[in-house]
Write a protein that binds this ligand. Structure first.
Ligand SMILES: *[C@@H]1O[C@H](CO)[C@@H](O)[C@H](O)[C@H]1NC(C)=O
Ligand SMILES: *[C@@H]1O[C@H](CO)[C@@H](O)[C@H](O)[C@H]1NC(C)=O
Length: 404
């Protein structure tokens, strides 16, 4: 047994020497291919760190060469977010080369394509339901007033529903409607047997209390996940509807197989409907070390966190909040911010929180605005409606069995 151990140790040492030679050559020749080979070795390169305090001049030279080489190749802060732990500690576990090398392509996350995929999946399921002689799922949207952005959002949701075969009805109420009248409407919808999803488009006019309205929607039809029962259930890891925007973000991460385990995640924005649930999910289900930054985080602190981040999710509505000097090479950026800006010509356009042009040069993956999280959010509302429908179906079939 000890022989095997020694053999392994020797072969590791050999591998290390090959690697080290490669690193030094690379340093001398500036050959990026060899840096790629170094990436393959990943944690084994940690062995180099053991030579840091070596009395052997040869080894110390190797160590210095390796450090300089790596520092020259990539900004040290970006290449080794945990450089302190790595170079001066003994543990290698914090060292991960998963950051991209410079020649890797940045993936522009195509929210429209992801949304299309989700909608096609829903469509196929709805077709199956209809084939079995069941009714189509139904979503009712309540729209109070005529805020232009809300009108667009509601129209997009109705269009997406229609595409999948889910029926959608939009009830419009005047801006001046009383809270009582809205509650009456919701209670009526709560009682209808063939309404599966109820969604109240926010914001609401000032005479109406948002919380009262959100809590009036039946939790099992609350496809926007705003009812306090759904919020609470989600917080204690129970089955719950999650608001569309955070579920859109998580769906993107799931579909792109974005690794969160043990990563540093920074969420900018602490809103109860977006920032909070995303952070909650990342740290509990995703096992990421999660930091929440918000309007009271001083800029110099924000920069510290974003530079150390493997994943940044930003949902503040502050255009240009995240710039390229604030992020590390290889970071994954999900931009939830949507701000309507008017150009000099008076044209409206949507911008996110991230300076896309700059940050996309460093990021390994990034969502654009528009065309990133937005379309997926819409698809998730429709998906939640299908889930609400299927939950009811299951409940009814269970109670049917009980009757028999
Ligand atoms: C390093 O990151 C990659 C990709 O994200 C992951 O698959 C791997 O498990 C990580 N390794 C360690 C030691 O954390
Ligand atoms: C997170 O960790 C728990 C155990 O602590 C594990 O059951 C779960 O699968 C992990 N989730 C992810 C996404 O890594």
């Amino acid at each position: 047994m000890p022989c095997i151990v020694r053999a392994v140790a020797v072969s590791m040492l050999l591998a290390y020497q090959v690697l080290l030679q490669a690193v030094i050559n690379q340093y001398l020749n500036n050959d990026l291919n060899i840096f790629r080979q170094l990436l393959i070795f990943k944690n084994k390169a940690c062995i180099i760190s053991k030579y840091k305090n070596s009395v052997d001049h040869q080894k110390l030279r190797h160590y210095n060469a390796a450090v300089q080489c790596l520092q020259k190749l990539q900004h040290p802060g970006s290449c080794f977010p945990h450089s302190t732990t790595f170079w001066f500690g003994t543990s290698c576990s914090h060292w991960n080369f998963s950051t991209k090398s410079r020649h890797q392509q940045t993936i522009r996350i195509d929210g429209k394509a992801i949304a299309q995929e989700i909608k096609d999946e829903i469509k196929a399921e709805v077709e199956l339901l209809l084939e079995h002689g069941l009714r189509a799922p139904h979503l009712t949207v309540l729209l109070v007033g005529s805020d232009p952005a809300s009108v667009v959002y509601v129209r997009n949701k109705a269009k997406a529903a229609e595409y999948t075969g889910i029926t959608c009805e939009v009830l419009r109420l005047p801006e001046s409607v009383s809270e009582r009248a809205v509650l009456r409407e919701i209670n009526f919808l709560n009682s209808l047997p063939d309404v599966d999803g109820i969604l109240v488009q926010l914001p609401l006019p000032p005479q109406i209390n948002k919380r009262t309205i959100c809590d009036a929607v039946r939790p099992d039809r609350d496809v926007d996940g705003f009812n306090v029962l759904n919020v609470g259930r989600f917080c204690v890891d129970q089955e719950a509807f999650m608001p569309a925007t955070p579920s859109g973000v998580l769906e993107i991460m799931k579909r792109l197989k974005i690794e969160t385990f043990g990563k540093n995640a920074v969420v900018c924005g602490r809103s109860k409907n977006v920032g909070m649930p995303i952070a909650m999910h990342l740290h509990s289900n995703g096992n990421a070390t999660t930091t929440i930054c918000h309007r009271n985080t001083p800029q110099e602190e924000l920069v510290k966190f974003t530079r150390a981040a493997d994943i940044i999710v930003t949902a503040t509505g502050v255009p240009g909040l995240i710039t390229s000097d604030m992020v590390s090479e290889g970071v994954i950026v999900i931009d939830v911010g949507i701000t309507r800006m008017l150009s000099d010509q008076g044209q409206a356009r949507l911008v996110g929180d991230v300076d896309y042009a700059g940050v996309s040069k460093k990021a390994s993956m990034i969502t654009p605005v528009p065309g990133g999280v937005g379309p997926v959010t819409v698809a998730m509302v429709i998906k939640n409606t299908l889930i609400a429908y299927k939950n009811t179906l299951q409940k009814n079939s269970l109670s049917d069995q009980f009757k028999k």
